[in-house]
Ligand binder design. Structure first.
Ligand code: GDP
Ligand code: MN
Length: 432
């Protein structure tokens, strides 16, 4: 017996066997490496020739008070008890945007609204304020579901400490925002929505009309923050969606590739990886990247359409809104990645936005703050300094960082204008 230092005893005969087959083993290893390389290449995101998603504005604009508006509403789901935080959000959006554009605000609740909430918001919203109650059948378990089992699973998720998953109402809320929200009769008049939550803050002035820009630029969905989803909330969600994609022969978009973490296992071992969570049946994974849905500016018709709604029905039947704690942000994001080309999605990187403890806040545009504009008024002393390359309008950021979370997790789709490849190309061009 041979004994490697500190290691187990390796039979000498086995070593000599391995040595005897070294050539075929080496060939097998190289073939596996080549196979993995080719496989991961399939998920490489094609860099667009030109930036597909530029900000709608890169400095302050003079709001056009008379321009035609889109058929749109700001929408907030809240409880009566959320009044204080809801008011803070509405004051912020009015100050930073709606004082010029006067879009209606629709307040949704699963219970009747208190007079105090209604009065306070009527006084604060500069457009029409509407107060709607969600029909009870849209805010409960699906009729076919075993409610006792669902409740037991919710309690179990709570015991495991999965974020918010022990609260029945949270599951109803996530299911509602994933599907029924889009087909509510109270919203049937609108084509666009801007989702606002209690306790959000807008740090910059939004001096253009984002709905008009979304329409003009053929966008369907806009976000501010993208992050990794909490893995314990949705162990089987990605598998359901990936299986649906395959069974409906839906082509792979660049957006889908951008959220896939391809497996590093060679075939045929790769398919064994499908036994793990957040993986498709071939063993490739989801990076957990998703758009944070407390801010959304999006086209309602896309979500009302057959593609999205039939996927929602399928997910609802699968039961994961209750037996797990599928969030509407993850559902929206995976559906968008599957159904849309990347140019349909817009990152509002010029908006300063905070919810809970995450924020993004851009630097202010150099010479782009319109200090003498009567409509915008005198800039506050709290406005952050102007910076070369800044795109913000009168942003009042708390720190000097643009964002306080890891990274904008689908930035694979961004133009690599600082990449080495382009640097070399530029050098060759200059040299010639
Ligand atoms: P988080 O953003 O994931 O932490 O979840 P929130 O607690 O902020 O809820 C998301 C949205 O749903 C917010 O607009 C809340 O006001 C709203 N919401 C959550 N639960 C309920 C509920 O039971 N009733 C009502 N009416 N709104 C709710
Ligand atoms: Mn929230």
């Amino acid at each position: 017996m041979l004994r490697l230092v500190g290691g187990p005893r390796v039979p000498r005969r086995l070593l000599s066997r391995i040595f005897q087959y070294r050539v075929p083993l080496l060939i097998l290893l190289l073939a596996a490496i080549a196979e993995v390389y080719l496989h991961t290449r399939k998920y490489e995101v094609r860099q667009p020739r030109k930036e597909l998603d530029v900000p709608f504005a890169t400095s302050c604009q003079v709001p056009d008070l008379d321009a035609p508006r889109e058929n749109a509403a700001l929408i907030m789901l809240a409880r009566n008890s959320d009044l204080e935080n809801a008011l803070r959000s509405i004051v912020s959006i009015e100050k930073r945007f709606n004082q010029w554009y006067h879009y209606p605000v629709v307040f949704l609740n699963d219970e009747p609204w208190d007079e105090e909430f209604i009065e306070t918001m009527r006084e604060t919203v500069s457009g029409e304020a509407r107060f709607e109650v969600i029909p009870q059948e849209e805010w409960t378990f699906p009729s076919w579901m075993d409610k006792d089992l669902a409740k037991a699973n919710i309690a179990e998720q709570g015991r495991k400490g999965i974020l918010y998953a022990g609260m029945e109402t949270y599951h109803h809320m996530c299911r509602f925002f994933s599907g029924k929200f889009y087909t509510l009769s109270a919203l049937s008049d609108y084509k666009w929505y801007w989702r606002i939550e209690p306790d959000v803050e807008f740090y910059c002035s939004i001096t253009y009309d984002p709905f008009v820009e979304m329409a003009k630029n053929n966008k369907l969905y806009g976000f501010t923050i993208s992050l990794a989803e909490e893995p314990a909330t949705c162990p089987t969600l990605f598998r359901h969606i990936a299986d649906w994609k395959e069974s409906h022969h839906i082509r792979t978009t660049e957006l889908w590739k951008a959220i896939i973490a391809p497996s590093w296992m060679p075939w045929p071992l790769r398919s064994l990886m499908s036994l793990f969570r957040h993986r498709d049946k071939h063993g490739d994974g989801w990076s957990l990247c998703h758009y944070w849905s407390n801010f959304e500016i999006a086209n309602l018709d896309f979500f009302r359409g057959h593609g999205y709604q039939s996927l929602y029905q399928h997910l609802d039947r699968a039961g994961g809104f209750y037996h797990e704690r599928w969030g509407d942000a993850a559902v929206h994001s995976l559906a968008l990645a599957m159904l849309l080309d990347s140019e349909k999605v817009h990152h509002f990187e010029d908006l300063g936005y905070r919810h809970d403890w995450f924020y993004q806040c851009p630097a202010n545009a150099l010479d782009g703050q319109l200090p003498d504009s009567e409509l915008l008024g005198k800039p506050s002393p709290k406005v952050a300094p102007e910076v070369q390359g800044g795109i913000g309008c009168r942003c009042e950021c708390e720190g000097t960082k643009t964002r306080n979370y890891d990274s904008y997790c689908i930035n694979k789709l961004k133009q690599p204008n600082t990449s080495k490849k382009l640097g070399v190309l530029k050098w060759v061009k200059n040299w010639k």
